[in-house]
Design a protein around this ligand. Structure first.
Ligand code: TYM
Length: 324
């Protein structure tokens, strides 16, 4: 399989990113051809992104990904804007994308509703995402649940291009992991995300006491709807626990919960311990990596490899549409 996925360099890698996507990225390196992209053009759609912050965030994210286990020898790890073919394909694909489809993207609608000035990049965002994937003829895309609609659109765009200009792009399928939907600890009705403020995410590299505090203050007791056995906040803590703790331990805590004997403070303490155990090696590797200064070379080499594929595919795309 050829795997492609992307992540925005927006400052912090959080548990949602890690369990929703990055852990799968790492596992998929075994036996597949993987291409992982730091999507800085996408990050520009966020008006708060300052140039110096973006510049730094791309490198920091690359180091975070390597600490998580992305191996830039085996895998192509690169920055989107180093491969200009992404924006070129984006334009061409935009011309086979339905305007109506773009207006139905829930992420766009949500973001547009939250801000006064809505830039055009935000509207075009999913076309660029489709270009990212299709540029490498990728057939599988490991993502969290929030990206499923964008992937569905990428498939529609691929179909539309193929039917008009001849079969070229595979229809990319999502790969969803067990952590595909991690919710905010402060508001379990929303997904864990950087956009809602620091209390709504837990950073992978955050100081221990800050992580402990966020877990301790996780909301557990908002009301149950009829038929629900567990409040959304508690369910979210169990979801995260299941990703890091041995099965028997989770089963035992679930049993205590069913019997009405589980103290949430205990659940939170166990979660904190197990999470820190799971993240320990990643955090330690990250601390070592920051001492080295080779990340620019690593990313340049990744971009050169990505570009070899992208150039070939673009040559074909140009010929198909009559731009050669
Ligand atoms: P981004 O940068 O918001 O997130 C990166 C990955 O993390 C997943 N994720 C989550 N998973 C579970 N629970 C959460 N709370 C959570 N929050 C984030 C996302 O689903 C994603 O897989 N548009 C993409 C970036 C992108 C891309 C692509 C992805 C650009 N081009 C091509 C795949 C293929 C985004 O903003 O992800």
């Amino acid at each position: 399989m050829r795997i492609f996925s992307g992540i925005q360099p927006t400052g912090v890698l959080h548990l949602g990113n890690y369990f929703g996507a990055i852990r799968q990225w790492v596992e998929l390196q075994e036996g597949n051809e993987c291409i992982y992209c730091i999507v800085d053009y996408h990050a520009l759609t966020n008006e708060e992104t300052e140039p110096d912050v973006l510049r730094k965030a791309r490198r920091e994210l690359a180091l975070d990904l390597i600490a998580c286990g992305i191996d830039p020898e085996r895998t192509i790890l690169f920055v989107q804007s180093d491969v200009p073919e992404h924006t070129e394909l984006c334009w061409i694909l935009g011309c086979v994308t339905s305007y109506g489809d773009l207006t139905r993207m829930t992420q766009f609608k949500q973001k547009a509703a939250e801000q006064e000035f809505v830039n055009g990049g935000l509207f075009y965002y999913p076309v660029l995402q489709a270009a990212d994937i299709l540029l490498y003829l990728a057939d599988h895309v490991p993502v969290g649940e929030d990206q499923l609609q964008h992937l569905e659109l990428a498939r529609r765009i691929a179909r539309r291009f193929n039917s008009r200009f001849g079969e070229l792009f595979p229809e990319p399928q999502p790969i969803l992991g067990k952590g595909a939907r991690i919710m905010s600890l402060a508001d379990p009705g929303r997904k864990m995300s950087k956009s809602y403020g620091p209390e709504h995410y837990v950073g992978l590299m955050e100081p221990e006491d800050s992580i402990r505090k966020k877990i301790r203050s996780a909301v557990t007791d908002i009301g149950l709807t009829p038929g629900q056995e567990m409040s959304p906040g508690v369910a979210n803590l169990f979801t995260i626990l299941e990703l890091v703790a041995p099965g028997e331990l989770v089963a035992e805590l679930r049993k205590q919960h069913r019997e009405g004997k589980l103290l949430y403070k205990h659940l939170k303490d166990v979660l904190y311990e197990e999470l820190m155990n799971a993240l320990g090696p990643i955090r330690a590797r990250r601390a070592e990596l920051s001492a080295k200064g080779e990340i620019d070379e690593v990313l340049a080499a990744g971009a050169a490899r990505a570009r070899r594929i992208a150039r070939e595919v673009m040559r074909e795309v140009r010929a198909r549409v009559g731009l050669d």
